[in-house]
Design a protein around this ligand. Structure first.
Ligand SMILES: Nc1nc2c(ncn2[C@@H]2O[C@H](COP(=O)(O)OP(=O)(O)OP(=O)(O)O)[C@@H](O)[C@H]2O)c(=O)[nH]1
Ligand SMILES: [Mg+2]
Length: 350
């Protein structure tokens, strides 16, 4: 299915039903008085996060969403029916903004999270409501109010714990295949991956995390070259980046360091500021292609050249070597981050 991460839709909440002007007419009851009922409320438009949906593709075709109108009131003080509410289901990770004002209306972070996006019109009032000691036979009523109308921009930002960044062909998709049940396409030509894909890494009961495979980055991605910056946006909500490097992309160590710095530069220049702060680990891939001693000395030279101090892993996405250690340490790190986030940064003295 096509992966679509931007869309625009219109929503129209229902109109409130009009109030009714009516008078009681019964045999033997002269001047029965007003009995016009109120209208019903207009239906609301809600949005809801749904983890079963992972693209905004449906919103390319269906663009106008209307809630039901409130029914009009009627005689004998009968109120009109309320208009039906509607709920628009969207992928978890969708940010919804009002196109006209730019105001952020909702950010659906978890499955089932709901938000009222356009309010139905207020119901009208029947003439019974206007009865008073001085006006026993009111002829006025209040009409229902129109429902809110909005144009919305939808923007999907994937919610993954780990994001992968790297040059094309580094082996990102191969790594996702090695550690999860996801089956992204892999091939020995660049730009095999054209859209992000998520995979769940399971280490044990209640021990899992989500990894996002990304298309390879190119120079200038942060300024909008290629598809790069669309996808950099998806990395901006991850909690840790794996910078996947083909350890044999170039024979020259200086060139290798340069290739790593170039990806670093694209990440640092991305418009999403949060992305600049996400911690990054180096993942040297394709270690099956040389002897262990050569791999280590090559890796160490690159690290020295880069002045790198964050963690480094040596893996082979093809043989699976080193992948378990990477995943276990990642899970530990995510857990530490989770605990740190839960801990209050002040102590209450009782
Ligand atoms: N020998 C060896 N080959 C690998 C390893 N990992 C990936 N490859 C090969 O490298 C090529 C590129 O792998 P992909 O996983 O498609 O690379 P990618 O980073 O997802 O590439 P893009 O989607 O184009 O950005 C494929 O031919 C893989 O078989 C590895 O650990 N060892
Ligand atoms: Mg790929």
């Amino acid at each position: 299915m096509a992966f679509v991460d931007e869309a625009q839709i219109e929503v129209q909440a229902g109109r409130g039903g009009d109030g009714c002007v009516s008078f009681r007419r019964e045999r033997c009851v002269p001047l029965g008085g007003p009995d016009g009922g109120d209208g019903g409320h207009g239906g609301n438009v809600h949005v809801e996060g749904d983890s079963g949906i992972n693209t905004l593709v449906d919103f390319r075709h269906l663009r106008l969403f209307r809630a039901g109108h409130g029914g009009g009131g009627s005689g004998r003080n009968r109120a009109g029916a309320n208009g039906d509410d509607i709920t628009i289901r969207m992928p978890v990770g969708t940010i919804i903004k009002d196109v006209e004002t730019g105001e952020k209306l909702a950010d659906l972070q978890v499955h089932g999270e709901r938000s009222l996006i356009a309010k139905g019109g207020i119901r009208g009032l029947g003439n019974t409501r206007f009865k008073s000691s001085t006006n026993q036979a009111p002829r006025q009523m209040r009409p229902g109010k129109p429902g809110e109308h909005r144009r919305l921009s939808l923007e999907l930002r994937l919610l993954a714990d780990i994001g992968m960044a790297g040059w094309p062909n580094a082996g990102k998709s191969s790594l996702l295949r090695a550690i999860s049940a996801a089956r992204p396409k892999t091939a020995d030509y660049p730009f095999t991956t054209l859209q992000p894909e998520l995979g769940v890494v399971r280490l044990g009961v209640d021990q899992s995390f989500v990894v996002a495979d990304m298309p390879g980055l190119i120079l200038g991605a942060s300024e909008g070259v290629g598809l790069g910056n669309r996808f950099l946006r998806h990395l901006s909500r991850t909690r840790l980046l794996w910078h996947v490097v083909d350890l044999f992309a170039d024979d020259d160590i200086h060139k290798m360091a340069e290739l790593i710095r170039q990806i670093e530069h694209e990440l640092q220049s991305a418009p999403e500021e949060y992305l600049h702060q996400v911690q990054r680990w180096l993942v040297f891939n394709k270690v099956d292609l040389a002897k262990e001693a050569d791999i280590m000395s090559r890796g160490e030279e690159i690290i020295k050249e880069l002045n790198w101090s964050a963690p480094v892993y040596y893996i082979s996405a093809v043989t699976g070597q080193g992948c378990e250690a990477l995943c276990r340490d990642t899970f530990k790190k995510l857990q530490e981050k989770r605990e740190a986030a839960e801990k209050p940064d002040y102590v209450v003295n009782v």
